[in-house]
Design a binder for this molecule. Structure first.
Ligand SMILES: Cc1cc2nc3c(=O)[nH]c(=O)nc-3n(C[C@H](O)[C@H](O)[C@H](O)COP(=O)(O)O)c2cc1C
Length: 172
């Protein structure tokens, strides 16, 4: 098949507003994770995220992208470690709790501490502890690359987010 070079049409109205950006992004189905961390005073913090990527196998690294307005971000940067809780299908309420600005998100959820001392939420499919490797400013977010230290896989079906609603996986 012959593909001609793209023509540049300077008067063509470009469609790239923030509403369209959000609509298109919401049409990309993703799993949902809660990133947890521990402050120096022992208090627990976390937020719901879907900007979570398995970045590298050798070394094993994950990438997360956190809004600069997140209350969890400064705690995470100071702690230099975090746990990625990949949510299970029964964790919709927990997902919305951690997407809020509630002051103590851990008061009403069950969790246990991982081998490295980070909160693993009950019902998660798997949990990955990371040490912060590097930080990269990116627009209104901050990219955090973490080196994997410990992995727990509990199993179960994942929670899926698609078109601003929750779904479960149905084999096709
Ligand atoms: C499905 C879903 C995915 C989200 N993904 C992200 C994300 O990737 N990065 C981010 O910074 N916030 C994301 N959020 C928004 C945060 O969870 C929300 O801003 C939260 O209130 C931040 O809490 P904090 O300020 O206590 O850290 C997401 C929310 C939902 C519901």
């Amino acid at each position: 098949m012959h593909v001609s070079a793209a023509r540049i049409e300077p008067d063509f109205p470009l469609a790239a507003g923030p509403d369209l950006f959000k609509t298109v992004s919401s049409h990309w189905p993703s799993g949902v994770a809660i990133i947890t961390t521990v402050a120096e005073d022992g208090s627990l913090h976390g937020l719901t995220m879907n900007a979570v990527i398995a970045l590298s196998l050798n070394p094993m690294q994950y990438l997360i992208s956190v809004d600069k307005g997140s209350n969890t971000l400064p705690v995470l940067k100071a702690a230099r470690r975090f746990c990625i809780n990949f949510l299970g299908e029964g964790q919709r309420d927990t997902c919305m709790l951690f997407a809020s600005k509630a002051s103590d998100k851990f008061a009403s959820v069950k969790y246990q501490f991982s081998r490295t001392g980070l909160p693993m939420l009950e019902g998660a499919v798997s949990c990955i502890d990371c040490d912060v490797d590097s930080l990269v400013p990116a627009g209104d977010h901050e990219i955090i690359i973490g080196n994997v230290r410990h992995i727990e896989h509990f199993g179960g079906e994942p929670l899926v987010h698609f078109r601003r609603a929750f779904h479960t996986v149905t084999p096709g």
